[in-house]
Design a protein around this ligand. Structure first.
Ligand code: PLP
Length: 397
């Protein structure tokens, strides 16, 4: 019997649609790429994007900026972080999260995760109680949304300002409320592997006028903030504009045009991601030796990646990953000693100094495997990928 193989790349995005390419072409031909370079009464593409994103997200204010990590950094500063303030953060996240905390002058206090890749709310409560942290930067890592009712209760109890990192939950809901609308401020990414793709890009959303005004000035608006698409009124700017530094990180009109085109199909793409996720989930579930996430009924997630834990001995993980790779399936494993490619484990961030050990997070990540779910895969492709993974696990259990 010939062995099943897979040949499509796991990093291939769908093409940008022709109407958007046309629009970007017009901007290039016009030569006015900067968001504040507008002629009489014209609204810049970046401002239109902010208006549309705020509406879509159901937030009062929106800033389009240079990246998700930039939005996280500015969110903390605009929410009032002072140098040396402690910031709670889940220990399983992506490197730009501790980087944003560090960049803003904060000190991360990492919180354990549980078996379903959620932040461990008991540990959150314990660390909120004894760290004097004022902020909680919650990454909805890989789209797994923890119990937001309990999280909001802990934040209220300890007076924590909740900042949501929605890099993996753009388009997701918890009990009917959009991810990003639980905290004081939220950040989103439009980097190439996220739910809308302009190569690089990010958003900050909030309902707080002062946070929005500070974030806009920080992003590099100079005194041109009046041309923003989803900004508070002049009063809010009058309070902050001379007291707020410019940390230059604007969105340009080309990227904004690329993102506007995709916002219109995001809902449909969420549906397509979830279809693919379900095929993978079903396929992996046929193996008796693969743990999948237990996803709460009230979590409407976006299945743009899938996490699983094969029940293998510690020494079997490397051959498992190699076996999958040799058959064309890219599985990322978070348990390797040497961090590879995109880093997500707290012990990769030694610049933060000596960190307390987090045995539970280490244990979960030592078995955690992750696959991207590109929209360029068909449902049949997903079934093939799942079968290969299943066979490679079966070979080693
Ligand atoms: C991608 C990502 C970010 C940062 O986004 P960039 O736009 O790449 O700066 C933050 N958090 C998580 C969990 C991410 O995956």
């Amino acid at each position: 019997m010939t062995e099943l193989r897979f040949s499509k790349p796991f990093t291939q995005q769908e093409p940008i649609d022709e109407a958007t390419i046309e629009r970007v072409g017009d901007i290039l031909r016009g030569g006015r790429l900067h968001r504040y370079n507008t002629l009489n009464g014209e609204t810049a593409e970046a401002a239109l994007l902010e208006r549309e994103y705020a509406k879509w997200q159901g937030a009062k204010y929106c800033l389009a900026c240079s990246s998700g990590g930039y939005a996280l950094h500015v969110a903390l500063r605009a929410a009032g972080l002072q140098h040396g303030d402690k910031v709670l953060a889940n220990a399983y996240t992506l490197a730009p999260v501790p980087g944003a905390i560090h960049n803003a002058g904060g000190v991360p206090v990492f919180v354990e995760i549980d078996d379903n890749w959620h932040v461990d709310i008991d540990d959150l409560r314990a660390k909120a109680a004894d760290s004097e942290a004022k902020f909680f930067m919650l990454s909805h890592m890989r789209g797994h949304i923890a119990d937001m009712d309990r999280i909001c209760t802990v934040c209220d109890e300890f007076g924590l300002t909740l900042v949501e990192d929605c890099a993996h939950t753009m388009g997701a809901f918890w009990k009917g409320k959009r991810s990003g609308n639980f905290g004081r401020v939220a950040a989103f990414s439009a980097q190439t592997y996220k739910h809308i793709n302009s190569g690089e890009g990010g958003f900050l959303t909030t309902d707080d006028a002062d946070i929005a005004a500070r974030a806009i000035v920080m992003s590099g608006s100079y005194m041109l903030y009046g041309s923003h698409g989803a900004a508070p009124d002049e009063e809010a700017f009058a309070r902050v504009k001379l007291q707020t530094p410019n940390y230059s990180g604007r969105m340009d009109n080309m990227r904004a045009a690329i993102l506007r085109g995709q916002l219109g199909v995001l809902e449909e793409n969420v549906r397509r991601w979830n279809e693919r996720y379900r095929v993978l989930e079903r396929g992996l579930g046929k193996s008796g030796a693969i743990h999948l996430a237990d996803r709460a009924q009230h979590e409407a997630f976006v299945g743009s990646s899938i996490q699983f834990r094969p029940q293998l001995s510690p020494t079997a993980f490397e051959p498992f990953i190699e076996g999958c790779a040799s058959r064309g399936v890219d599985v990322k494993w978070f348990g390797a000693d040497e961090p590879k490619a995109f880093t997500s484990r707290f012990d990769s961030w030694q610049y933060l100094g000596r960190l307390p050990d987090l045995p539970r997070t280490r244990e979960v990540l030592s078995q955690t495997c992750d696959m991207r779910v590109p929209l360029t895969f068909s449902l049949d492709d997903c079934a093939v990928v799942a079968q290969i993974v299943r066979e490679e696990v079966a070979r080693l259990v």
